[in-house]
Design a protein around this ligand. Sequence first.
Ligand code: PMP
Ligand code: GLN
Length: 378
Amino acid sequence: FPSKLPAVGTTIFSVMSALAAEHQAVNLGQGFPDFACDPALIDAVHQAMQAGHNQYPPMPGVPALRQAVSRKIAAQHGRTYHPDSEITITAGATQGILTAILACVHPGDEVIVLDPCYDSYIPNILLAGGVPVRVPLTPGTFRPDFGKISAAITARTRLLIINTPHNPSATVWSAEEMRTLEELLAPTDVLLISDEVYEHMVFDGAEHQSAARFPGLAARAFINSSFGKTFHVTGWKVGSVAAPAALTAEFRKVHQFNVFTVNTPMQHGLANYLADPQRYLGLPAFYQAKRDLFRAGLAGSRLKLMPCTGSFFQCVDISAVSDLSEADFCLWLTREIGVAAIPLSAFYGDGFDQRVVRFCFAKEDATLHAALERLRKL
Ligand code: PMP
Ligand code: GLN
């Protein structure tokens, strides 16, 4: 039968992790921590299982977790989302994003994404029958180009997807940029997906500017978070979506026939764990120390460091080191040098080669040192 996604192959993250394993390379490619989560989080899940929380939870998620998410957003961003009607627990941000797209995009609707973007967005839009419209972020700085975004909006535009802190560029949108977007969208009825999975990884005193902080954005936004990213448990696949009641109602129509619910004991465990805000307030400092270690280690090398204000990714310009395309460079680096990375071209619609590759620094310090020892030889 004709493929629904003819251009889609295996994701670059799976490809590079498999190659890293094959060559026993240090895997700084796919974005996941190689360190353990807090044992208190495991205990909380264990206790939930032993207490018998092992059957289907309510469709939108365990109430205690939705309440905890609501309190967290209110404390951090000053907006109250009603746990019953405005917060839904998802199987990771991946499902939250797909579900939001399926809920609001009709066949033929245009969806604006900012290039480079996370690799699931475009296939998700295509599955909904939507038309992806790729608007480049400013080359070099990766800042949003509001002139280009504005020019891309048509009568058929249903949705815009933003991501801050940004994968792969490690940039963080400023309050001013969020306000500019708010003004730009004000005369339109364009909806927004705000992918905020790296919300707790912002550095140098910068603040995460959630769409929840901006009334004109919050009113039209599905805000996606990921407990997997936040608490070093990417394999658990639990996230949340906050959206106004009318949007949440449509979201849940799809959610209930997509996954219906998300695993119960993890939700109970996370609800208990979230009771202590210190568990996420310490994350920026924790990741900033890893970023600084990694950057200091590369400082004298021929890999040119690009700015990193958020996320757990560090991009480097490879042009002083190699003439290879960034995709070939990543293959070579994994096989010959023993360090896996991700080429930025994987995040561009046209595979645009900028000579930039991405490393993930969510790793044990020993792992980072092992990679640096190899990378410094380049
Ligand atoms: N959005 C971005 C920008 C990501 O980097 C990722 C990868 N984790 C996701 C969404 C998916 O998050 P999750 O693992 O919670 O599904
Ligand atoms: N988000 C992670 C990354 O960018 C990978 C998640 C995945 O493998 N799909 O590396």
